[in-house]
Design a protein around this ligand. Sequence first.
Ligand SMILES: Cc1cc2nc3c(=O)[nH]c(=O)nc-3n(C[C@H](O)[C@H](O)[C@H](O)COP(=O)(O)OP(=O)(O)OC[C@H]3O[C@@H](n4cnc5c(N)ncnc54)[C@H](O)[C@@H]3O)c2cc1C
Length: 382
Amino acid sequence: MFDLRLTDEQEAFTTAARKFAAERIIPVAGEYDEKGEMPLPVFRAAFDVGLMNVEIPEAYGGLGLHTLEGCLIAEELAYGCAGVATSIMCNHLGALPLMIAGTEAQKQEWLGGLTSEFGFVSYCCSEPEAGSDVAAMRTRLTKSGDGWVLTGQKRWITNGGYARFFTGFATIDPAARHKGITAFVIPRDLPGVSIGHKENKLGQRCSNTVDVIFEDVKLGPEHLLGEPGGGFAVAMETFDKSRPMIAAQCAGMIRRAMDESVAYAKERKTFGVPIAQHQAIQFMIAEMAMAYESVRLLYMKAAWEVDNGIRRTSTSAIAKAMGADLAMKCTTDAVQVFGGYGYTKEYPVEKLMRDAKLMQIYEGTSQIQRMVIAKNLLVRNG
Ligand SMILES: Cc1cc2nc3c(=O)[nH]c(=O)nc-3n(C[C@H](O)[C@H](O)[C@H](O)COP(=O)(O)OP(=O)(O)OC[C@H]3O[C@@H](n4cnc5c(N)ncnc54)[C@H](O)[C@@H]3O)c2cc1C
């Protein structure tokens, strides 16, 4: 039977995350955005109440929640602040290569470390010259005795300045493109690992984004995830599993844009009546409701497929692209509903609009999602 009702447990996680967003995130979101600093007390509190690392299996100290529950939590956190949600959910992104390709010993060490002590893992895929084109990466793994030497530079690494360890990808042979890509897991404190330039961003400013540099970092075989040359498949499976969560964050941002717009439209008067009585305003708000319901259903479907072992890359891509594009539209419209005041920092909608832009860029741009969707339709037949 088709049933969209949440279970009692799912309701409980949603309520807890909503309360956390209202009490811990929204009151400080503007201040940390302005400063461009990570709200570490907020993250520590999220860890303490069990809203971080929720999908890590119970065997490694996590809650072992499904992707759907992780998405419900992501929606609520992003309602409060997308930057906070991105940094919290980035631990899931960083943990996924371990969950997909890690040995039992690697999972015990790294996933267990994440759940036993507050901290971050970052996901190191992108490079200065390789974002959309993952297979163009230049960070090298060179064989040395029983181990490897890692050299290169990663860019745009979320939480990189605070991470205790990194999962990531390097190539054993750049000419082999995707066939040379190899996944790794390494601690931050290995000799030769350093943090470079910190980005000064348009939005999601409280989420740390930095370069991570590897200079002749000596790795043992225990630092590789899966087989040499098998990393591209790990990266793609990671994205299939993480993109529903981006869509869920978009749903949260759209709902926030809608709630703020509804409240303001009832208060603000022009021509002697609340602007809520003008059809032009009503239509923008109605479209926010249409967007919210659509994106919520899309992320739920994509998460349900992941949780049921159904590998349809296009569902995750559709949810991510639709969510990001509608979050951009609705947050821009929210600024319009607020008129001149929407353009100031007195109200939260300008931040929403700045934050939304990133959703169309990271974890595959909106153009790359369309390429994935089209390829599935035209080459793989669905
Ligand atoms: C704040 C932030 C946080 C991030 N966090 C992480 C992280 O934690 N880990 C990580 O690994 N990466 C991270 N990223 C990187 C992100 O995934 C990349 O920025 C993104 O994939 C795009 O790559 P690029 O910036 O190199 O753009 P490019 O690939 O240079 O693309 C530029 C433009 O060209 C378009 N384009 C590219 N190729 C095609 C094509 N074939 N057809 C049509 N259009 C095309 C793109 O859509 C885009 O509009 C983050 C980025 C940002 C901004």
